[in-house]
Ligand binder design. Structure first.
Ligand code: DX5
Ligand code: ZN
Length: 218
């Protein structure tokens, strides 16, 4: 029985109060903090960069899980590592040299994550699984929180878990995770569940108790 980790995405938090939001979700029992970096080029939305990650870092005791939805990736890996990322995930679709990117992430002293869009088959990971600590299976098209879970990805998770075999590789699910969809991906072999709207709904920095209830409900 694999222990499931919950990684709230601060994309659904109060952008004017990230420090307090990170402290609140950790106090409410989350495992990792998921940080979504978007560039308005690889995805049609812009969030923030390494300076914001560095500012958030002292407010997170546990794992800072940085999801880069940017292209190119390689010129920015050192900056996100210096900002204190524990895990850096890059997208397979973000450039022609994902093998080099994964080497660079580990070279910078971080755990290497490989994120794949809903349209990307797991077979594309065949020659990469020994280079990663985590595969992030996108269950929405990246760019925005609050989208609907894409159910066709559940069988992808099961296939991927079989491919991973006994390697120590996490399967992270990102997008549309709720109390309804979480059991489906957990049963298929996922062990890190990112959740934005499902964690932050109904709460605020001032009243963060709903965050805890939401985390426990997932
Ligand atoms: C989407 C981001 C996700 C997003 C998840 O591009 O990578 O992390 O914030 O949000 P929800 O849980 O609301 O789908
Ligand atoms: Zn994400």
């Amino acid at each position: 029985n694999r222990k499931i980790k919950i990684a709230p995405s601060i994309l659904a938090a109060d952008f004017a109060d990230f420090g307090a939001e990170c402290r609140a979700i950790e106090a409410q029992g989350c495992d990792w903090v998921h940080v979504d970096v978007m560039d308005g080029h690889f995805v049609p939305n812009i969030t923030f960069g390494p300076a914001t990650c560095a500012a958030i870092r002292p407010h997170i005791k546990g794992v800072m899980d940085v999801h880069l939805m940017i292209a190119p990736v390689d010129p920015y890996i050192e900056a996100f590592a210096a900002a204190g990322a524990d895990v850096i995930s890059a997208h397979l679709e973000a450039g022609p040299h994902i093998h080099r990117t994964l080497q660079a992430i580990r070279g910078a002293g971080c755990k290497a994550g490989l994120a794949i869009n809903p349209g990307t088959p797991v077979e594309a990971l065949d020659y990469l699984l020994d280079m990663v600590d985590l595969v992030c299976v996108m269950t929405v098209n990246p760019g925005f929180g609050g989208q609907k879970f894409i159910h066709s990805q559940v069988s992808k998770v099961a296939k991927l878990r079989a491919m991973i075999g006994d390697r120590p590789v996490h399967i992270e699910i990102d997008g549309g995770v709720t109390a309804d969809t979480a059991p489906l991906v957990a049963a298929a072999g996922a062990d890190v569940l990112v959740a934005g709207s499902a964690v932050f709904k109904g709460g605020s920095v001032a009243n963060s108790a709903p965050y805890g209830a939401n985390i426990r409900a997932i």
